[in-house]
Design a protein around this ligand. Sequence first.
Ligand code: NAP
Length: 230
Amino acid sequence: MPPDPEHAPQKVLILGGTAEARLLAERLIAEGHLVTTSLAGRTNDPILPAGAVRIGGFGGAEGLAVYLRAGGFDRMIDATHPFARRISENAIKAAAISGVPLEQRQRPRWQKQPGDRWRSVATLEAAAEALPSGATVFLALGRQYLDAFVGRDDCRFVVRMVDAPEMPLAFADYTLVLGKPASDPDREADLFTAYGVTHLVCRNSGGPAGYAKILAARRLALPVVMLERD
Ligand code: NAP
């Protein structure tokens, strides 16, 4: 009997860097596919997914298209973080250039629940302006999102980062918390309490991985400045 093309093993490129991408790699490998996950290389010690892994940028959409063709990939899946916009745009262009089909996996955003004290904003500048003078602000943001808050020298910042920055941060008054977000809301709440946090700033990333801080803020009735994606 000829092989069923629906279930024939495929060579799949996953654009990853998220917990969802790791689960997807595991599942596709279990189904018999040949999976390569691509990581940007932003963190020093990434959790590696199952299957093959490549690390680093491709050199734009054209570079990604060349990689797809040279590797003989049958399909590409964009499972990157919802705020990683450039790579998702590149994936659309690279699919058009290379003819390799693209599937996009976008997590649903978090929805405000009873007890949440969110102020939704569209830009980082609006997030910085939303903070009251004298606030102690927990910034649960990537390092590329911090500049907008530097001018708020009337606030104290608690900045969480996975890896230590190479240079001191430009805030007038800040504390660095190194490490990944906890998955246990009690631990996130203890952290907020220990640092005297009065406001949380974060992005509406969706998904379970970062939700513990939202639960912790709800429990402590902390105001949250929520940066929404388009
Ligand atoms: P971005 O702004 O969309 O991408 C910037 C550049 O980084 C891209 O043009 C590409 O370089 C390279 N790149 C990004 N993701 C890549 C990947 N998976 N494989 C190979 N190259 C990649 O991305 P970002 O916001 O910096 O995020 C980088 C990675 O971290 C993503 O894979 C994302 O899933 C993960 N991540 C991001 C966040 C976040 O908050 N943004 C949070 C958790 C995880 P070239 O143009 O040279 O190809």
